[in-house]
Design a protein around this ligand. Structure first.
Ligand SMILES: CC(C)(COP(=O)(O)OP(=O)(O)OC[C@H]1O[C@@H](n2cnc3c(N)ncnc32)[C@H](O)[C@@H]1OP(=O)(O)O)[C@@H](O)C(=O)NCCC(=O)NCCSC(=O)C[C@](C)(O)C(=O)O
Ligand SMILES: [Mg+2]
Length: 366
């Protein structure tokens, strides 16, 4: 077990000091691209400023014989691109038992460590995996002379990882967040869905049999309404709790049915309502869905503001539109307002929508 004091010092001589609080930068969509796919990679510079996170994927979905090309492609893109203030650069390295991960870490931290905000680690099984990455990153950061620590994001995609999710979330001050990996997790748990995220029509509850259908009608086989349930509810809810208790951020993950933009929006919204701050976008068509879902609505922001005003010093109970508001419901509203303010700081359109005073652009008003 680590001492809490270990969290205050670097794990290698000369490495930057760990962060005490995870920076709450907008990360509504973590946009995946394959740096070895020239057509896709060519689109990346043009996406800067339109997505919160660009993630160069080196793991699954990159062909085994393109792993080196993907790694080098990411280095080239990172060196040639100015990501500005509103887009972060992340990567997903290969899994810790793969033949590629050591070179992924050494090359990326050495070559573009100053541009990388977060390294996503797949198939994390327990805190020991995070400790391994934590130490090696500190050594590489020291060698590269980095002044800012690279943060770590775990993907929850094994049953053991799921059982250890709280320990993973609290394993290191580098922990930035956790995403759901529904495909690997389903396989590892031997779930019987072959979809990448989303619901399943077979996972349902059925209305009780009617009692008054008349002579000769079998109430059991008669038509009854069914309600599809969310396969991922338990997993996401537990992940959200683990992240919240350790002050890091939970994310949904991939929605593989690219054409079904409606169900994608539903899945994203469920995750947003449960506490996730963002999701992955695998295809450009999912970017706007994520942006829409993970930015609170103007109505929710206006309501939250009214509650805040009505609650005065923040204590007691009041009636607003026939509903009780009190200290606790005010806290719910403050979650929405804080998010709206954070998003508005980088997005004048949202600032306008929420009627938040956007910060003056550089040089303005001086
Ligand atoms: C689904 C695919 C094959 C459809 O790719 P496509 O080319 O067939 O699609 P398209 O509709 O024809 O594409 C239209 C245009 O958009 C481009 N494009 C297409 N996608 C992107 C992109 N992401 N970023 C930037 N540009 C993109 C594409 O190159 C094309 O350009 P063009 O108009 O010039 O011809 C493709 O979108 C893709 O490969 N996406 C990324 C897939 C990926 O990263 N998968 C791994 C994450 S999910 C996962 O790992 C699971 C997990 C967590 O591990 C676990 O649950 O266990
Ligand atoms: Mg996976």
């Amino acid at each position: 077990m680590r001492s809490p004091k270990d969290f205050f010092g670097p794990l290698a001589v000369g490495a930057p000091a760990p962060v005490r609080e995870v920076p709450a930068r907008p990360s509504r969509m973590i946009h995946f691209f394959d740096p070895s796919n020239e057509k896709m990679a060519a689109k990346v510079p043009g996406m800067v400023g339109t997505v919160d996170v660009l993630l160069g994927n080196l793991e699954d979905a990159v062909k085994a014989d393109r792993k080196e090309a993907a790694r080098q492609g990411l280095v080239d893109i990172a060196k040639a691109t100015d990501f500005g203030d509103s887009t972060q650069l992340w990567t997903r390295v290969n899994s810790l038992d793969s033949p590629w991960v050591l070179d992924d870490l050494i090359t990326l931290v050495t070559e573009i460590g100053d541009k990388l905000d977060v390294i996503m680690v797949p198939k994390v099984q327990g805190p020991e995996d995070i400790h391994y990455v934590d130490r090696i990153l500190a050594q590489l950061e020291a060698r590269a002379g980095l002044t800012r620590p690279i943060l770590v994001h775990a993907i929850l995609e094994t049953a053991r990882g799921m059982a250890n999710v709280e320990a993973i979330a609290g394993a290191s001050p580098r922990m930035q967040g956790i995403s759901l990996g529904p495909a690997d997790l389903a396989a590892d748990r031997r779930m019987k869905t072959t979809r990448v995220g989303g619901g399943h029509p077979g996972y349902l509850v059925r209305q009780d049999p009617a009692t008054d259908l008349g002579e000769g009608v079998d109430p059991v086989t008669a038509e009854r309404t069914t309600y599809q349930q969310d396969l991922w509810h338990y997993t996401i809810a537990r992940m959200v709790d683990a992240c919240a208790m350790h002050g890091i951020f939970p994310y949904y993950g991939p929605f593989g049915d690219i054409k079904d933009v409606v169900a994608c929006e539903d899945q994203f919204r469920n995750a947003f309502l449960l506490g996730c701050v963002g999701t992955w976008s695998l295809h450009p068509v999912q970017v706007d869905i994520a942006k829409r879902v993970f930015s609170p609505s103007a109505e929710d922001v206006a309501h939250a503001r009214r509650v805040k005003e009505a609650m005065g010093d923040g204590t007691g109970a009041v009636m607003l539109d026939g509903k009780m508001e009190d200290d606790a419901s005010l806290k719910q509203c403050l979650v929405i307002l804080e998010l709206a303010e954070r998003l508005s700081a980088n997005d004048p359109e949202l600032a306008d929508l929420y009627a938040v005073d956007a910060p003056a652009a550089e040089g303005e008003g001086s």
